[in-house]
Design a protein around this ligand. Structure first.
Ligand code: ZN
Ligand code: ZN
Length: 384
């Protein structure tokens, strides 16, 4: 991409005779002959407006060789004795003939006092406006609400020790008599293979078996997805696309009232919308059928249930049940202590124990130390 380089000439204003817009090539005012000096008004150049989009200067570029040579002479220097501006390639001041020393602009900057103290803010300015204060109160409320819920949750599961007493004991025992009995079930033909049953001995070693597979009928087993043609789906999308070029300019100050401007053409990008179309497979549910049959097998069935219970010191015992050798027995037992604890308000809660041995260690009326959560769950009791 080709570069276009131009030299743009700045202008300055004479503070002695008030002439405006003097081209930078004049180091002296063409009207009053005063040299350009290091003052706020004279030391800065004006380069006019630039195009907002490209940054290109609206001024014509310099073309004559003499001025172009001046632009390449380096940054101007200001005489430390008389303050006049001089060409960068000159060693003696054109005004007072003094030798070039350190630049007066640099000296001026050195002589500047340190950072000026900031003006104190007006009274009352440090007070915050009422809005953030309201937000702070709201935020605080929200914080305590959520945090409070969390704290409450933790508090509910935390434990504390209380004096307490066993106010009751209770046990319950159940015997379940089960018999391996013939049943008719249904199953999918491909999952059934004939097998003889085996009867249990002392409630063990049985096999259910599969016998007499019969009455098979076609039945819906489920469904599967099958492709059902395609359909065309289009979506509007956007993409970036090169769409021609645009000019971009950068400038570099040469420190002597001239600027070098470099313009080049760069690729411009635009958003382009397009239709993205593709074929998508459509699916439909198709029922799946299989053959379902009846068959004979065996299952454990409850034939009798006996329950005994007792409380407050009555010793636990099993119910009586006459059992044949092919039957099996299931035993269920439940042991509960009723505990009252806490002062001044008394709470009551049950405590389940796992074994008879544990249960028999406690007696009604016994004083205990209770470890319970604030939520009312008893975690542990100890004799007191
Ligand atoms: Zn002048
Ligand atoms: Zn001088």
């Amino acid at each position: 991409m080709s570069k276009r380089i131009r030299i743009i000439e700045g202008t300055w204003n004479c503070s002695s005779c008030d002439t405006k817009g003097i081209p930078a090539r004049h180091k002296r005012c063409p009207k009053c002959n005063n040299p350009r000096e290091l003052t706020d008004q004279e030391s800065e150049f004006d380069f006019g407006e630039t195009d907002a989009k490209t940054g290109r200067s609206l001024r014509e570029g310099v073309t004559d060789t003499q001025t172009l040579e001046l632009a390449q002479a380096g940054a101007d220097w200001f005489c430390a004795y008389c303050g006049a501006s001089n060409r960068g390639d000159q060693v003696l001041c054109k005004q007072c003939n003094a030798e070039r020393t350190q630049d007066a602009r640099a000296l001026q900057e050195q002589a500047l006092p340190g950072p000026r103290p900031r003006p104190a803010p007006p009274k009352g300015a440090s007070k915050k406006s009422p809005l953030p204060r309201v937000l702070m109160v709201l935020g605080g409320g929200l914080f305590f609400c959520c945090f409070g819920t969390m704290i409450y949750g933790v508090w509910m599961t935390q434990t504390q020790d209380y004096p307490g007493q066993i106010v009751g004991t209770e046990w319950k025992r159940t015997l379940l008599q089960e018999r391996f009995s013939p049943v008719t079930l249904q199953g999918w033909q491909d999952e059934l293979s004939p097998q003889p049953p085996r009867m249990p001995v002392n409630g063990e070693g049985e096999a259910a078996g599969v016998q007499n597979i019969r009455d098979c009928v076609s039945s819906r087993r489920g469904s599967r997805q099958v492709a059902n043609g395609t359909h065309r789906v289009c979506r509007t999308k956007t993409r970036r696309k090169a769409c021609g070029t645009e000019e971009q300019c950068e400038t570099r100050d040469k420190g002597n009232g001239f600027r070098e401007e470099v313009c080049k053409d760069v690729t411009r990008y635009c958003d382009e919308s397009y239709e993205d179309c593709r074929n998508e497979t459509r699916y439909r549910d198709e029922p799946v059928y299989a053959r379902r049959c009846s068959y004979d097998t065996y299952q454990w069935k409850e034939v009798a249930r006996r329950e005994t219970s007792g409380r407050d010191g009555e010793p636990p015992r099993w119910p009586e049940l006459a059992v044949t050798p092919e039957d099996r027995l299931k035993r269920e037992e439940q042991y509960t202590l009723h505990i009252e604890y806490g002062a001044p308000e008394r709470k009551q809660a049950p405590l389940e124990l796992k074994t008879e041995q544990e249960f028999l260690a406690w007696k009604k009326g016994q004083s205990v130390s209770v470890t319970a959560t604030h939520g009312g769950d008893i975690k542990q009791i100890l004799p007191r």
